[in-house]
Write a protein that binds this ligand. Structure first.
Ligand SMILES: Cc1cc2nc3c(=O)[nH]c(=O)nc-3n(C[C@H](O)[C@H](O)[C@H](O)COP(=O)(O)OP(=O)(O)OC[C@H]3O[C@@H](n4cnc5c(N)ncnc54)[C@H](O)[C@@H]3O)c2cc1C
Length: 265
């Protein structure tokens, strides 16, 4: 067990101090457990379900003839530095994409038309290795069930500095204060940020939580913001967009609560 204070550990700086089970070997975890990675896409309630995370045993990178192997506990910045140092292509999007490889692969995280699955060969879970063709990777989703322990990436020479610079610039409109990334997924053919802005949510504040005045889809913690304030804002935003556009936005951030499931609306 490891004690984690989510008000410090999570990117949005909200949550209780709780004991989290450390997974040290390839195994299934009980259904009632919620698996956390780096908590960059999570809003953890004061009363979370039992939590688990991978131990340092899964924090490794190595190469062989099959490709580049990354343990699921590896942080994105570490894999990006490795790719730069070894002149490998396909990892440029990890620039300022916070998370562990497990969380990033599960969410199929990415930017614009680029996503992590572009460069994946196969994924090791507690159900064994799955080839990319056996997994449905969609926009911020994957069909991967269970715990991801390792990912095998294609090994291609030539870190793309120009692409890296593009990602760097795309990040320039992101607020630099605690958040959990995009709050809602972009609905098909539109942008959640545009809808929120048009519905008057940009900059809207409740207590110490707000929708950023830089990027409307970033729910930010202005300092000491609470879970309840976050939930009130999320619910209000969902309602406002539905009333104005008839669109039911889908949450991108995950609410980790015993009593409130992801179907908040
Ligand atoms: C400033 C900021 C900018 C961001 N920008 C982007 C962006 O441009 N694009 C984007 O896609 N996201 C972005 N995000 C969101 C975040 O980076 C991604 O969602 C990332 O995938 C989260 O990884 P994590 O390890 O922190 O996962 P967590 O937030 O801890 O968990 C996310 C999900 O992954 C699951 N998970 C975690 N580890 C594993 C594992 N080993 N096996 C199976 N499931 C697992 C969890 O159960 C949960 O469902 C941003 C976040 C922040 C704070």
């Amino acid at each position: 067990m490891k004690e984690i204070d989510f008000s410090k550990f999570s990117s949005i700086k909200i949550g209780p101090k709780v004991k989290v089970a450390e997974i040290d070997e390839i195994c299934e975890i009980p259904k009632e457990f919620f698996l956390i990675g780096g908590a960059n896409n999570l809003l953890v309630a004061p009363n979370p379900p039992p939590l688990a995370l991978l131990s340092k045993r899964f924090d490794y990178i190595f190469e062989d003839e099959k490709g580049v192997h990354a343990g699921a506990a590896v942080k994105s910045g570490k894999l990006l530095s490795y790719a730069k140092k070894h002149d490998l292509k396909g990892f440029e999007l990890l620039q300022k994409l916070p998370g562990t490889i497990g969380g990033i692969v599960k969410m199929n995280a990415g930017l614009k038309e680029f996503c992590i699955s572009d460069n994946i060969i196969s994924v090791l879970t507690n159900n064994g290795w799955k080839r990319k063709e056996e997994i449905d990777f969609g926009y911020r989703t994957s069909s991967i069930k269970g715990v991801i322990f390792e990912t095998l990436f294609a090994k291609k020479e030539g870190f793309d500095t120009a692409l890296f610079e593009i990602f760097k610039n795309l990040r320039s409109n992101q607020p630099n204060i605690p958040s959990a990334g995009s709050c809602f997924k972009n609905p098909s053919g539109d942008f959640a940020g545009r809808l929120l802005e048009q519905a008057g949510l940009k900059g809207m504040r409740i207590g110490n939580m707000a929708f950023s005045d830089i990027h409307a889809n970033f729910l930010v913690n202005l300092g000491g913001g609470t879970y309840e304030e976050a939930i009130t804002l999320i619910t209000a935003a969902h309602k406002a967009v539905f009333e104005k556009f008839g669109i039911k936005l889908e949450l991108e951030i995950k609410i980790v609560s015993k009593t409130r499931s992801a179907d908040l609306f």
